[in-house]
Design a protein around this ligand. Sequence first.
Ligand SMILES: [Zn+2]
Length: 119
Amino acid sequence: MRERASAAQFRPYTCAQSQLEGMEFRLVSSDKSVMILTIGDGKLPGSYKLYGYVKSENRENTYFRVGVAISGNRNNMIPWSSCTCNDAHFRGNPCKHSVKMKDLFMSNREQFLKENVRR
Ligand SMILES: [Zn+2]
């Protein structure tokens, strides 16, 4: 079962790009559709937990709040995810926003680890 995020943690449910300006993101995709705010260790060695924002593909100037855990194994499974989009809410599976955040981190992981001490 997936964890339920507390309401406080995931308010506002969506936000505009202007609301994200000035925040210090640790990893941002080139088109700014994925913006990762925090990158931390997951429960198991080599696993990660990310929080940030991912842009909606259908709704203009709308970002969802996304949290995703990535297992450290070769398959890079998503054992836990949370997103404020309807798909995540009603289907419960990792939505495309969670997958996009995972993909951005995984494609930058080596460089990120080189440049940053994990916190
Ligand atoms: Zn989503």
